[in-house]
Design a protein around this ligand. Sequence first.
Ligand code: PMP
Length: 437
Amino acid sequence: QNHFLSLSLQAKMSRPVQARRLEGVDKNVWVEFVKLAATYSTVNLGQGFPDFSPPDFLKEAFVRALSRENHMLHQYTRAFGHPPLVKVLAQFFGKLLGRDLDPMTNVMVTVGAYQALFCCFQAFVDEGDEVIIIEPFFDCYEPMVKMAGGMPVFVPLRPKAPKDGKLMSSADWQLDAVELASKFSERTKAIVLNSPNNPLGKVFSREELELIADLCVKHDVLCISDEVYEWLVYDRKKHIRIASLQGMWDRTVIIGSAGKTFSATGWKVGWTVGPNQLLQHLRTLHQNSVYHCATVAQEAVAQGFQRELELYGKPESYFIQLPNMLQQKRDWLVQSLDAVGMKPIVPEGTYFLVADISKFKSDVPDVPDSDEPYDSRFAKWMVKNKGLAAIPLSAFYCAAHKNNYDHFIRFCFAKEEATLKAANDILQKWKQEKTDL
Ligand code: PMP
């Protein structure tokens, strides 16, 4: 017995097991906030996913793919994308970009936009390379750059006060041209652009994109263009693809997501579009890590795109109906937050809205010298005490800048009317309690 006991003691690992690349990237806001929302929230406007159904035509396509005679849809498909899907994506994006795209070399399907991002950083970033990230940013860019051995270089969008009495818009958050230019150097390998931007909902204007494009060309820098919210643009604003600007096609990878495009985030179908000289390296990465994304889901998304190609620009198109529906939800949440004094920053795109919590500070007193930014404590308090889940804006900033932006929280408004009404009820009641005090 003693012999077995000593063997089992020996069998316990005592050496450090964690690879160095994981140092400093092991904390993640989503793990914490998704758990808090699951435990405490009655209304979850935190994580970005719709609580309504994807369109019927897409669900029907999935069911058809599952039940069709062709049982090969249950098997492996082409590693770099199921042929019907890459074909229709090449046609669709070819039309949007005004260039001929080869489905086999200019398009690659990924497991969500997330894997597309991971492939880009792993394929292009070397030890010591700098990658410019515009703040606030979708938080995974930073650990992904670091895991590739790169150095993230942050440049914040600077808010400008709106004209008297007007609500602030995401367009009031702008890059400072001099500051942006100062971040580019011979060490810069890439810039990550996310327009429309999560969390602010900012839709970059042509002038802003030209500024970025000129710097990319001047310094021979790649552009990783995360466009997952490309169809979610409001007030007749236009989403401009940076790849369509002078000198940018050759240096840009466009990233998209069927999850956001068709309100089916759980399917995890994403894609990259770009020149073969860039995509060939993404293929190497993809082949040697993930191999491919579920065949049936790809087949269904292919059929969804086929439908959208036929209905392009028509009122029945989901890419027109979805933003119309979301714009109403946005307006509704804007009004609801404004009415209680949680000042909303009106987003031009995405399904997120950032609101100013300054007027609610007396309810959640500050803890001086805490390591945790105020908005993070506020969001935790709110979900535990009011049942309403949101995400602190500081989660979308690097450690050095978090405390400069610690009085905002982000809501997701891709939610059923009943969910948004329930959020409104919580806010109204909260405001009432404040005035009764
Ligand atoms: N990029 C941005 C800006 C996002 O907001 C998200 C999802 N929240 C993703 C990429 C990931 O998309 P997917 O779910 O397709 O992996």
